[in-house]
Design a protein around this ligand. Sequence first.
Ligand SMILES: Cc1cc2nc3c(=O)[nH]c(=O)nc-3n(C[C@H](O)[C@H](O)[C@H](O)COP(=O)(O)OP(=O)(O)OC[C@H]3O[C@@H](n4cnc5c(N)ncnc54)[C@H](O)[C@@H]3O)c2cc1C
Length: 327
Amino acid sequence: MKSFENIDVKSVKEAVGLLQKFQQQKKSAAVVGGGSEYLQLMKDHVAEPDYLLNLKSIPGLDYIKEERGGFRIGALAKLAEIEEHPAVREKLLILSDAAGEAASPQIRNAGTLAGNICQRPFCWYFRSSNFTCLRKGGQLCYTVTGDGRFHAILGGGPSYITHPSDTAPALVALGAQIKIAGPAGERTMPLERFFVLPQVDYSRENILKPDEIVTEIQVPYPKSGSKGFYHKVRERLAWDHAIVAVATVVQSSGGMVREARVVMGGVAPIPWRAPKAEGFLRGKKLDEATAQKAGEIALEGAKPLKDNIYKVKMAQDLIQRGLLASV
Ligand SMILES: Cc1cc2nc3c(=O)[nH]c(=O)nc-3n(C[C@H](O)[C@H](O)[C@H](O)COP(=O)(O)OP(=O)(O)OC[C@H]3O[C@@H](n4cnc5c(N)ncnc54)[C@H](O)[C@@H]3O)c2cc1C
C-alpha cells in the first residue's frame, strides 16, 4: 500500500476545508466513515490517496432522529444501528431490512450509511489492479467481451457496473433526500438525483464534487396505508452484494393501489426506478396478474450482456413477489 497521511477531522467544516485545500494543491484525498470498503480499495492498489480524512472523529454525526414528519439519519450512523433501531424497524422496515441485508455483521458494525451509499463498484475488473478498465481511465469496459454475469442489464454503457448499495434502492423507494456539505455550504436534494449514469460520466457513481461530503439522509414517514418490501438475491448468504434486489413501497386502500414505487438494485449502474411500472399500478387492484405485468413493464428495455440474461426473469419475479407482499 502506498503511504498516506491519516487525519482525524473534528468537524464537517474542517473536512470540507481540507478537501478543498488538497484539491488546490493537486494532492489526492478521500474521506472514510467505517473504512470497510475504501481500505480494501487501497489494499488492492485501486485507490492511492495522499490523505485520508477519517470522518468518524467528528462527534455527533451518527444520530438517528425523528423530526418533522420523518427521520434524519447522520452520515456516520452504522448499518447495524439502522437495522436494529426500534423506531426505524417500526416505521421504515424496508430500510431496516435493507441495512440488515448488507455485507456481514462485522461490516455492518463498522460501515456507515453514507459509506454504503457512496461505495465504489464491486466489479471484479474495477477492483483488480491487473485491469485498467474504463472507470479507472482505460479504454474498455471489460464486461462487454469478458465476464459480465453479475453486471448491468439496464442503464449500462459504456460501463456496465451495477450500483452495490443495499440501502440506496430502499431509500429511493422511500423518497429519501440527501444532504451534502461543500465549501459553499449545504444543499439537500432527492437521493434519486444523487446517482450518475455512465453515459453522463463513467468515472464516478454520484454527483459529489471532490470537496464535498454527505452529512445526512432524510427519510419521510411513508404515507398511511403503505407497506414496503426489500428482497435481495445473492450468491452466498453469509455476505455478498445483490445479484438482483428489489425495493417496493405500495400505498393502497381497499385493495387498490394509490401509489407505488419500484426500485431495483444489482441491475443497473444506479438504483433503478421503474416509473412506467409505477404508473401502470396506480388505481389497479394488486393481484398476481397485475404484479406480474408490472414486473414485465419494469424490465422493458433491458439489454442483457451475453452472460446475464437470467437477471431479467429474476428481477421480474422479485418485483412480483415484492408487490404481492406489499398489499
Ligand atoms: C466483503 C464485503 C462485502 C460487502 N457486502 C456489501 C453488501 O452486501 N451490500 C452493501 O450494500 N455493501 C456491501 N459492502 C460495502 C460496504 O463496505 C458497506 O456497505 C459499508 O456500509 C460501507 O460503509 P463504510 O463507512 O465502511 O464506507 P467507507 O469504506 O468508509 O467508504 C466507502 C466510500 O464512501 C465514501 N464515503 C464515506 N463516507 C462518506 C461521506 N460522509 N461523504 C462522502 N463520501 C463518503 C468513501 O470515500 C468511499 O469512497 C461490502 C464490503 C465488503 C468489504
